[in-house]
Every structure is written in C-alpha cells, then in structure tokens.
Design a protein around this ligand. Structure first.
Ligand SMILES: Nc1ncnc2c1ncn2[C@@H]1O[C@H](COP(=O)(O)OP(=O)(O)O)[C@@H](O)[C@H]1O
Ligand SMILES: [Mg+2]
Length: 212
C-alpha cells in the first residue's frame, strides 16, 4: 500500500504522522520505505539525526522530491509492504505526482475552524486524481487535537459533513511528538509518551480498517 500524507499547509503534521506510521508498521514487522517528497527534506534530517544518536534504523528514507514520483513509487512498492510519502508543502506538480502514486491520501489538519483544512486547489487536484484512479481513498486526520475543547468538536462536525471524510482516530497536541522529532526518535521510544504511542497505533489500525 502506498500512503501519502498531503496538505499544502506547512506545520499540519505531515512529517510527524508519516514518520510515526512508518515506524509503527516497521515495528509490526512490515517492510516499510518512506519517501521524503518535501524539498526541505525533514524526514531525511530526522533519519540523519537518528543515525547521529546511534539509534537503530527502523525503515529506509529515500529523498524523491520530483514530479516523477508516481513512476518511481510503484517500483519501490514492489520491494516492501508499505510506502509512506511525506508530501510537499505546496500544491504543485509534486503533489499531483504524489496523488497519482497513492492508494490512500491522508490529509492532516489542525482542528481550528479558522484554519480551514485543505485548499480548494488541493481538493480540486484530489477530484482530478479520482477520475483517473477511482479506487483512491482520501481522508482527513485531525492532528494536534485538544479532544475536550469545543473547537475540536466543532471542526470534527464540520469535517464529517465533508468529502473527503474525517478519520475517527485523532492525534492529540502532545509535546512528546516535538521532543521525539528533535532527537531522531519516535514517541514509542520516549518515556512518558504512552498516550501518544497509543494514538499512533489507533491511527494505524483505523487506516488498516478502511483499506483492507
Ligand atoms: N500532535 C502534535 N503534537 C505536538 N506537536 C506536533 C504534533 N504534530 C506535529 N507537531 C509539531 O509541529 C511541527 C510541524 O509538524 P510537521 O509534522 O513537521 O508538519 P508538516 O510536515 O506538515 O510541515 C513540528 O515541530 C512537530 O514536531
Ligand atoms: Mg514536513
């Protein structure tokens, strides 16, 4: 399965969720390759930081911020169980290419009503991709949620009315995600990050639920 994390908004959690999903599936014994399709290369940086810290390699990270992504990804996918694409920050050829490659598109959004969740431009690209690939699945993932706040509930309500739908599994606003990233780690490798770790497992299970 090829999973792409896409949202033209920087800071929505594409890299964080991509790394953690890749790490979760690798820990389950799946063969995973991550494609860093962001020219900024933050997933590659994470992987480098991990090596500097002397931590074991969990999955391969390949830098492929090219419009030819959709040609390369299926080939890479033959070698592994899951390809995770960490998407680019802008709506451009690169995002179109990622949309053509993916079986599943996850759109991380911060649950703020002021924030919006995806640009009309990106949703138009998604519609376009659906024409060529009707089997393509897309959903929103609420990231950095404060579950009990009214704002999160309102946004969940707004998203439920939308197409693409919003995944039931959500990820909280948890400092462990930021701290782990800086140290080339995953939250599952941190102390006192059981809730964050459990959220990632629940997210991965929800994804498996809709794709199997
Ligand atoms: N659920 C979360 N809780 C706390 N911090 C988060 C969470 N998700 C992402 N972050 C932090 O927010 C920043 C942006 O996230 P990132 O995954 O890099 O977004 P993107 O790849 O979409 O630009 C990073 O510093 C990251 O550690
Ligand atoms: Mg990123």
């Amino acid at each position: 399965m090829i999973v792409a994390l896409l949202n033209q908004k920087g800071g929505s959690g594409k890299t964080t969720l991509a790394l953690h999903l890749a790490g979760y599936w690798a820990s389950q014994g799946r063969r995973v390759t991550m494609i860093d399709a962001d020219p900024q290369g933050s997933a590659l940086d994470w992987s480098e930081q991990r090596a500097r810290e002397g931590l074991p390699r969990l999955f391969g990270v390949v830098g492929l911020a090219r419009d030819t992504l959709h040609r390369e990804a299926p080939e890479l996918a033959r070698e592994v169980d899951h390809i995770i694409i960490d998407g680019p920050p802008r709506v451009a050829g690169l995002m179109r290419s990622a949309l053509l490659a993916a079986d599943l598109v996850l759109i991380p959004v911060q649950p703020s009503p002021l924030d919006g969740w995806a640009s009309a431009e990106m949703l138009a690209l998604l519609d376009e991709a659906h024409i060529y690939r009707p089997q393509l699945i897309a959903c929103f993932v609420l990231n950095r949620c404060a579950a009990r706040t009214v704002i999160a509930r309102e946004t969940a309500q707004a998203l439920a009315d939308h197409d693409p739908p919003v995944l039931q599994a959500t990820i909280g606003q948890r400092v462990a995600f930021a701290v782990a990233a800086q140290g080339g780690r995953l939250v599952s490798e941190m102390e006192h990050a059981g809730s964050a770790t459990a959220e990632i497992a629940a997210l991965a299970n929800a994804i498996e639920g809709i794709t199997s």
